[in-house]
Design a protein around this ligand. Structure first.
Ligand code: JCQ
Length: 237
């Protein structure tokens, strides 16, 4: 997978690619991250990338000609994605879809926005949540993180099973490690019992309970078995 990130702040993106799992994935040749400064595509002597809005008002708007030159220079892509609060909500399902592509271009806007005509040069607009950021850079990194970890070989096999449990649409079950007791809180006894089937059942029930308590909206779309539905009716879940 190749990611091309178009930004006015390449220095904000670069450290993410020079550390951690993303860096290891690059070293292994599993992903490539090409960070490009949108300013390099400005053609005037002051390297201007924005201008005042037609119709008046506060703030500046990124110029369509500069942004489209940057998009076209990125070359052929499966998706050209504009990060924007007005985009379609980013979900695990969308991450799974995008992780199967070969080249994603992630376009980060800044200032008050980008000239609306850019819409015709992107394949989709994506939002990472209902809040307004100062630019699309964090959104681009969120898409990079969420998709790269789904590419085979990027994370350990053991960890990818856990991701499967999220893709069933439930919150994860609670995890514990040593010490067995910490300031009055003990590890649930079942986890030290060695009964693997019982542990799997307990974890599933915990995932259902947590989802019901914290994100009941997720239960509507979750893949639930007949057993799950019975457990959800129980007082304890
Ligand atoms: C992304 N949720 C919030 C801010 C305008 C393209 O136009 C704009 C882009 C941004 C940056 O993205 C976000 C965002 N998902 O704020 C304003």
């Amino acid at each position: 997978m190749k990611y091309t990130i178009l930004t006015l702040f390449p220095d904000l993106i670069r450290p993410w690619t020079e550390e951690s799992i993303v860096q290891k994935a690059i070293q292994k040749g599993l992903i490539e991250v090409d960070i490009r400064d949108i300013r390099a595509y400005s053609e005037d002597k002051h390297k201007t990338v924005d201008d005042t809005p037609y119709g008046g008002g506060a703030g500046m708007v990124m110029r369509v000609d500069v942004v489209v030159r940057a998009l076209e220079a990125a070359g052929p892509a499966d998706e050209r994605i504009l990060l924007s609060p007005a985009g379609a909500p980013f979900t695990q399902r969308m991450a799974e879809e995008l992780a199967r592509k070969s080249h994603l271009v992630l376009l980060c806007g800044r200032y008050e926005g980008i000239d609306a005509r850019v819409e015709h040069f992107v394949t989709r607009e994506v939002s990472i949540g209902d809040y307004v950021l100062m630019g699309g850079e964090l959104g681009a990194l969120v898409i990079l993180e969420a998709t790269a970890r789904l590419i085979p070989g990027v994370i350990k096999e053991a960890e990818s099973h856990q991701q499967d449990s999220f893709s069933t649409g439930l919150l994860d079950y609670p995890h514990y490690t040593r010490p067995p007791e910490f300031r009055g809180q003990s590890v649930p006894e079942i986890l030290t019992s060695g009964h693997h089937a019982k542990i799997a059942e307990w974890r599933r029930k915990q995932a259902l309970k947590r989802t019901k308590e914290r994100r009941p909206d997720l239960l509507e779309k979750a893949e639930l078995t007949a057993k799950d539905l019975v457990w959800l009716e129980e007082e304890s879940t």
